[in-house]
Design a protein around this ligand. Structure first.
Ligand code: AMP
Ligand code: MG
Length: 331
């Protein structure tokens, strides 16, 4: 493998590489995926090595259109079909019973598999041209923030993967909502842009003990939720209110800190970097790149305004809590 991943703009070349069992990172409407042929044990082993990902954390398998579902699943229940028809292509992963041709390592030995159809023109063309089920975890070294720009992917994977499709992500900017569809009722395993409330409003049958924040999910149901996630080098401090920001500003040197939140904040010019987003959608879209930029600048602290839980806020708050080392509350 060459030292630097090849930077590609040609989708045919990227599809050829996937068919030749190489690793290709590609943009989606959520975050970058690190793609590999889900029917090739060697390619999948390389994905786990490149990411440093624990073997029991299963990979989501991506397809280009709903017609390709039988590349991945044994059968689709009416519930899984209803969800896929309603929200795909889009930031949704449904967990269903897997097909035998998907290699064991993809699902971490589980009898189930996550399927997703991304809504990004580059990802879609790539998947349709490759004609394969493509296992693609988020394209970041395990435990670090996800990547929404090709430059961030390049930083993480020098000497570790074959190629990057050099376009950026366009969309919600946070990972897909993962929904277990193996039973009669749906259960959200990881919050995303498609919220539990949206599913309830669409009369999707949901289990009663649904978990809006994604916390408390049984590790056995969604193994990935038990590992450290989204953590930059800098110490992330989550602030419940402006009052907390005021208190923190007496404790740390703001010149060594970055800040992100919605709307203007006092003392904004004192920070190493200050991002005042106009709304929660922009906060979510720029979240991971903000964490990574803070590290590039050598920040010691990253101060984050805790978000409300409406809309994509539930998913953003889930990522914030996982990234944080410290949570400052009003009380
Ligand atoms: P990532 O690849 O970083 O987006 O993480 C994928 C997430 O999907 C992890 O939290 C996994 O635990 C979850 N996931 C993937 N496949 C399954 C599955 N078959 N059953 C339950 N959760 C899954
Ligand atoms: Mg990930």
């Amino acid at each position: 493998m060459s030292n630097r991943p090849a930077l590609l703009t040609d989708i045919d070349t990227a599809a050829r590489l996937l068919k030749a069992q190489k690793l290709v990172a590609f943009p989606t409407e959520t975050v970058f995926g690190l793609g590999a042929d889900a029917t090739s044990a060697e390619a999948i082993e390389q994905v786990f090595v490149a990411k440093g990902r624990p073997a029991d954390n299963p990979l989501i398998v991506h397809i280009g259109s709903l017609e390709q579902w039988d590349l991945v699943a044994e059968s689709l229940s009416p519930l899984a079909l209803q969800l896929l028809r309603s929200y795909s292509p889009g930031p949704l992963t449904v967990v269903v019973r897997r097909k035998k041709s998907i290699v064991d390592a993809v699902t971490g030995g589980l009898p189930t598999v996550g399927i997703r159809i991304p809504n990004h023109p580059i990802a879609q063309q790539l998947l349709l041209k490759a004609g394969l089920p493509v296992a693609a975890p988020s394209a970041n070294r395990s435990g670090k923030p996800s990547c929404t720009t090709w430059k961030s992917v390049q930083e993480d994977f020098v000497g570790r993967i074959d190629a990057i499709l050099a376009y950026d992500c366009q969309g919600c900017g946070l990972e897909s909502t993962v929904v277990d569809c193996t039973g009669e009722k749906a259960r959200v395993l990881r919050p995303g842009a498609i919220t539990e409330q949206m599913l309830l409003d669409a009369n999707i049958p949901m289990v009663d003990d649904h978990i809006a924040s994604g916390h408390g999910v049984e590790p056995v149901l969604s193994p990935g939720t038990r590992y450290p996630h989204y953590q930059p080098q800098a110490c992330v401090i989550l602030l419940e209110s402006e009052q907390c920001l005021h208190r923190q500003s007496h404790e740390i040197n703001l010149k060594c800190a970055t800040y992100a939140g919605i709307g203007p904040v006092p003392q904004s010019s004192k920070f190493l970097l200050c991002r005042e987003f106009p709304d929660i959608d922009e906060y979510a879209k720029n979240f991971y790149e903000f964490l990574r930029t803070s590290d590039r600048l050598g920040a010691q602290y990253i101060l984050l305004q805790l978000t409300a839980t409406s809309g994509i806020g539930g998913a953003l708050r889930d990522r914030q809590l996982r990234a944080a080392s410290k949570y400052v509350t009003d009380s």
